[in-house]
Design a protein around this ligand. Structure first.
Ligand code: ACM
Length: 695
């Protein structure tokens, strides 16, 4: 079994945009005709929200302006904001060309200063947003805080009676954690610049502030080095970012209040380095760039920590990359060092003996000790995965915990700064709920307040063995926003139902912002079917989700050339139907809801009706051929549901043995198949249990 987190495998007042203030609307709340306070869909949920009375209507004209100075970055952010507002509201026109100075401001921005020339972890990201019936005021210390406030503004806008409005509200917001990251592996499968840009657009919506870019690994080297051109000439298979592209992404991110931290993983996960520059290696020959992901199948080369030339190379390389990536933090990986080449090299063994090193961990600690002053010389702070945690290293390194909360706590207890990633591996295909509830500092932490202050946030991780550009978005979004809320919002924010309510809204916002997490899988399903008539496969896809990374690896042994274009790639983790079906079953059982019963019956019938078409598809399509047994199971499960509803409706208990038979079927379909699993089994089990006791 491959554990789920294992992968070794491895500006003056300038007028902007549109229009005037709408007429005031005074909402009169009368007894017996009480208007419900609107449910806000801001996500991540702000630190403090006070709802007021009334609303601000955006009914045709909108004009934004600044009180005080601001810079060009914020002008551009405001322009992007107005484009999105226009898209969202339709009726709102962009009128910076025809707005007059005498027009009242709909949105007044007051920003104290731009923030750091290079954004740091101490950037003030706070903002205050005040919506009254006469307009909106946004105040922030920095551009970054103002951009967060603009995102919240867009999330407050709702469409009603053909017009957009914002409810009267006062938001006073600031993040709980300073480090709210998203890590993307662009090695196992390369992601073009367009995917990186829209990922950054999504991160801005989610108020995430660190893009951690995993740029090198065994399977390729993705960042152009002019000092060491063979890294990409020989070891990228043509898939890499030029230095201009790397700089473009750093600028694109900064324009959105996002830092970019590069990761160059050393001294393991380095077959690409050694393939390009064999003299860096541990003595093993890397004959080709491995396209396999499983360690045991790859011909890995790890760096030789005993040679001075290795450090000279790294010094020059880090100096070069350090200029392209101005961030204070530089990630050196450090995970999953195998060390078998260190064992078989006589010179490395001799070195270890001389130094009194007993284990590969001792040698890796030595390597990190040598690397640290090099990073410091280039003005960088060292970040590494769990494995860099070693008493030999000073306390000013930062540890990214991917193996578990325990190691994060252990590091914090020893005085190391840390961030949490273990529970946020997207390819574990866990629900948004599970990831949202996992807290970098749980309420019951045993750490002292001083130790807790060492945990400065977390990162969502997207590894790329099982994604390609067509599926990256649907694996990342919208679940990443649930974690972004965990990193931003107060620890006490644990209302799962409300999180999901807002996540559904933000999911659509993300798609409007250019992400393709909804349209991407739909496109894949059209392509599987070879038609725009996708009703049958959509019915099945709505109730299935991908199995975890480890389960798929166990069954499929993917490599970089495995086509990722089947059912498992065209479905998403934690689809809305999981909760919808559970809620419908609860409503049938607890409230005898006829509407819920009808909704369930409609679903079950749709599954049954889809089956013949899908079985025919499985016969003819190589991309769907593994799904046939799953289709048959879905039809059988539909029968369990329909029979259950029939007994419940008839107030009749089923014959003896019926429930056991249904349970056996439900158990059987838990077996892996087609790298997908059904998302409604617990709810269907409850429904069958309920039918068995009906009277
Ligand atoms: C990792 O997942 N090996 C950091």
């Amino acid at each position: 079994m491959i554990p789920d987190n294992s992968r070794c495998v491895r500006k003056s007042r300038v007028l902007q945009g549109a229009l005037t203030i709408a007429a005031l609307t005074i909402v009169i709340v009368q007894p017996g005709n009480a208007l419900q306070a609107p449910k806000l869909s801001v996500m991540p949920w702000p630190k403090s929200v006070e709802t007021g009375q009334g609303e601000y209507k955006l009914d045709g004209y909108f004009r934004a302006g600044f009180s005080g100075a601001h810079d060009a970055r914020l002008d551009k952010a405001l322009n992007r904001f107005i484009v999105r507002l226009n898209l969202q509201c339709g009726g709102v026109r962009r009128t910076q060309y025809d707005a007059k100075d005498s027009d009242p401001l709909s949105l007044t921005l007051s920003v104290a200063g731009p923030g750091g020339a290079v954004q740091g972890i101490d950037e003030d990201e706070s903002y205050k947003l005040n919506v009254t019936s006469s307009g909106v005021a946004l105040r922030a210390a920095t551009d970054v805080g103002a951009m967060h406030g603009l995102e919240s503004f867009l999330q407050l806008v709702t469409m009603r009676d053909g017009a957009c409005s914002l409810p009267a509200v006062t938001i006073d917001d600031a993040p709980r954690f300073v480090w709210r990251g998203f890590e993307l592996d662009v090695v196992r499968h390369f992601e073009p610049i367009s995917v990186i840009e829209r990922t950054l657009d999504g991160m801005a919506v989610a108020k995430l502030n660190v893009f951690h870019w995993h740029l090198s690994d065994d399977q390729g080297f993705r960042a152009e080095s002019k000092k060491f051109p063979r890294l990409t000439e020989n070891a990228s298979l043509g898939q890499f970012y030029t230095q201009d592209e790397l700089r473009h992404i750093v600028a694109y991110a900064r324009a959105r209040g996002i830092r970019v931290m590069p990761e160059f993983d050393v001294p393991g996960h380095t077959a690409s380095w050694v393939y390009a520059y064999p003299e860096l290696g541990d003595g093993r020959t890397v004959r080709r760039i491995p396209q396999e992901f499983q360690e045991y199948e790859t011909n890995q080369g790890e760096l030789d920590p005993t040679k001075e030339s290795t450090y000279k190379f790294l010094d020059t390389f880090i100096g070069e990359m350090g200029e392209i990536f101005p961030d204070a933090y530089f990630h050196i990986g450090g995970d999953e060092v195998d060390g078998s080449g260190w064992k078989t090299s006589a010179s490395i063994q001799e070195f270890m003996q001389k130094k009194g090193f007993k284990t590969k961990d001792d040698l890796q600690a030595y390597f990190n000790q040598r690397l640290l002053p090099i990073l410091q010389k280039h003005g960088k702070k060292m970040v590494g995965w769990d494995e860099v945690l070693n008493p030999a290293l000073p306390k000013d390194i930062m540890v990214q915990s991917w193996r578990g909360e325990e190691s994060l706590s252990a590091g914090a207890a020893q005085g190391y700064t840390g961030i949490l990633s273990a529970p946020y591996y997207l390819d574990g295909q866990k629900t948004s709920e599970e990831m949202f509830l996992a807290d970098p500092i749980p309420a019951d932490t045993k750490l002292t307040p001083e130790q807790q202050s060492k945990i400065i946030g977390g990162e969502v991780c997207m590894w790329a063995e099982q994604i390609f550009p067509g599926t990256a978005d649907s694996r990342i979004w919208p679940r990443t926003v649930a974690v972004a809320e965990r990193f931003w919002s107060p620890q006490s924010d644990r209302d799962v139902a409300d999180m999901y309510r807002r996540l559904r809204v933000v999911s659509l916002e993300l798609e409007d912002a250019g992400l393709t997490h909804i349209s991407g899988p739909a496109k894949l399903r059209r392509s599987i079917v070879g038609s725009t008539h996708t009703g049958a496969i959509d019915a099945m896809a709505s109730v299935t989700e991908p199995v975890s990374f480890g389960d798929r690896e166990d069954a499929q042994h993917t490599d970089a050339l495995t086509p990722l274009n089947g059912l498992a790639d065209a479905v998403v983790a934690d689809p809305p139907a999981r909760q919808e079906i559970a809620a419908e079953v609860d409503a049938v059982m607890n409230e005898h809801s006829k509407a819920a019963e009808a909704a369930l019956r409609e679903r079950f019938l749709a599954w049954q009706q889809a089956a013949p078409e899908l079985l025919a598809l499985a016969q003819k399509s190589g991309r769907f051929s593994n799904a046939g047994p799953r289709v048959e199971q879905l039809a059988a499960l539909a029968a369990v549901g329909l029979e259950s509803l029939a007994y419940i409706d008839a107030h009749t208990a089923p014959p003896a043995g019926w429930l056991n038979k249904q349970k056996a079927l439900l158990k059987n379909v838990e077996q892996p198949g087609a790298y997908v699993r059904f998302v409604f089994l617990p709810a269907l089990g409850k429904l069958a249990e309920s039918a068995a006791t009906s009277r």
